[in-house]
Design a protein around this ligand. Structure first.
Ligand SMILES: [Zn+2]
Length: 447
């Protein structure tokens, strides 16, 4: 009864907030949890619940899952705005439930913060967990990522649901062994792409076998520590692959999926996919989404062809004749991936890097020293944000000509400076810098 009352109050609150603000974010969930700490248990869910977790790529992948479900004419309830802690998830469920707590959907897909996976799914049923990658991220909030992996590993020890894992990340694939009784483990993998390297180019984490501590051997690296690895001692890394992506062309956004499926419908679908993706990093997110589609027998072809990366996730826009690519980077790997896309583009360009150190970013910005600033065909770099000088010094130390670095604490001035020349522009911004930067660029575009 009390749960029901709290739910009604929360729903009213949610509608009131909804009138003023499109996205009620976390507020309603926060209040509901204060009133009933286990309110999340009260929801009546009878459709599959899918969760996506990772250091990078959660939002893109979850948005893609939701898009695939909708393209198949079904209803998805998803926290596509990215509010990925318990408060955000509860807010989403309140908004989409009846007053008795029933959720009307064919699928619930949730992006979940790594540290909240055990917390949330001890309380509600989880059918499929997708894990994309683990990188060093916000050390002052999360601690070393090893402690996060161990937390999830512990949770998985008695989990028997589906587990979709990136077999090319040694930090992720290990989770498939957390519960030897679980037969529902599905690995996905992406075959070597054009810019894969023999040596690791960017800072990575997965150097040693988590089972026998032997140094892992890599056939190639796709980016950071993602690639084809194997433990020479215990063989860790060799798994049956459920979904394999081949022939990746990041320029064209195309790839093929190895079709070992025997169903006639699947064979007819064909195996070549055309997407709007422009990076190896996005292709991994797409591979995870395809594994999900295969598991639930959904058609993903049209969804993948039309899914647009936006909201500052490898977002491409045209500003007064200058092609501009905006990408979020909240940790070294995020930044390295953006710089990788920049290096794979042989055109001349300018770069804007915006760095803040607000609470959501973590106060410690020392991670910028793990960025690989070995960049090509960049004429000028403009830096901005609260830590504009820190990032400028970092870039200067990497050997980039200091005469070509311009620093503006004021974001409007920085954007003006970026567009004072013609040509391609790349924009990298960290967490709290992203939306303000996008806003200034979109305003400038309209001017
Ligand atoms: Zn080993």
């Amino acid at each position: 009864m009390l749960n029901c009352i709290v739910l009604i109050i929360s729903k009213i609150l949610s509608s009131i907030i909804g009138i003023f603000k499109k996205n009620s974010g976390n507020v309603v969930g926060k209040i509901a949890i204060k009133l009933r700490p286990n309110i999340i248990k009260y929801f009546k869910i009878d459709c599959p619940v899918i969760a996506v977790t990772a250091t990078n790529g959660k939002t893109t992948t979850n948005n893609l899952l939701s898009y695939i479900v909708k393209k198949n004419g079904k209803v998805a309830v998803s926290n596509t705005e990215g509010n990925n802690m318990e408060t955000g998830i509860v807010t989403k469920l309140i908004k989409n439930s009846t007053i008795t707590g029933k959720i009307k959907a064919d699928f619930i897909t949730l992006e979940v913060d790594e540290s909240y996976v055990p917390k949330v799914f001890k309380k509600i049923r989880l059918d499929t967990l997708i894990v994309l990658d683990f990188f060093r991220d916000q050390l002052d909030r999360n601690g070393e990522e090893e402690s996060l992996i161990l937390k999830i590993n512990e949770f998985l020890k008695d989990y028997k649901g589906n587990l979709i894992l990136n077999n090319d990340d040694p930090n992720v694939a290990r989770l498939g062994k957390a519960n030897p009784e679980n037969k529902n483990v599905y690995y996905f993998s992406v075959d070597k792409y054009k810019y894969a390297t023999k040596e690791e180019k960017e800072v990575g984490e997965g150097k040693f076998c988590p089972f026998c501590k032997t140094r892992l051997e890599y056939e190639y690296y796709q980016y950071s520590h993602i690639g084809k690895f194997k433990c020479p001692k215990c063989g860790y890394g060799e798994n049956d692959i459920y979904l394999k992506v081949n022939s990746v062309d990041v320029k064209e956004g195309t790839f093929e999926v190895e079709n070992n499926d025997t169903s006639e419908d699947r064979k007819r679908e064909g195996t070549t996919y055309k997407t709007l993706a422009n990076s190896i990093y996005a292709i991994y997110n797409y591979a995870a989404a395809l594994a999900f589609s295969k598991l639930y027998n959904l058609d993903a072809k049209e969804a993948l062809a039309t899914f647009k990366l936006d909201n500052g996730r490898c977002e491409e826009i045209e500003v007064k004749g200058s092609k501009t690519l905006i990408n979020l980077a909240k940790n070294p790997t995020g930044a390295n991936v953006s710089l990788r896309i920049l290096n794979e583009d042989s055109d001349e360009k300018d770069l804007l890097f915006v760095l803040n150190d607000n609470i959501a970013d973590g106060f410690d910005v020392s991670w910028i020293w793990d960025i690989n600033f070995n960049i090509q065909n960049v004429n000028r770099i403009i830096t901005s944000g609260k830590r504009a000088y820190d990032i400028a010094i970092r870039i200067k130390t990497s050997g980039f000509d200091k005469e070509k670095i311009e620093t503006y604490l004021d974001l409007d001035e920085a954007v003006k400076a970026l567009y004072k020349t013609k040509g391609k522009k790349y924009v990298i911004a960290n967490y709290t810098a992203l939306q303000p930067t996008r806003k200034v660029i979109f305003d400038y575009k309209k001017m």
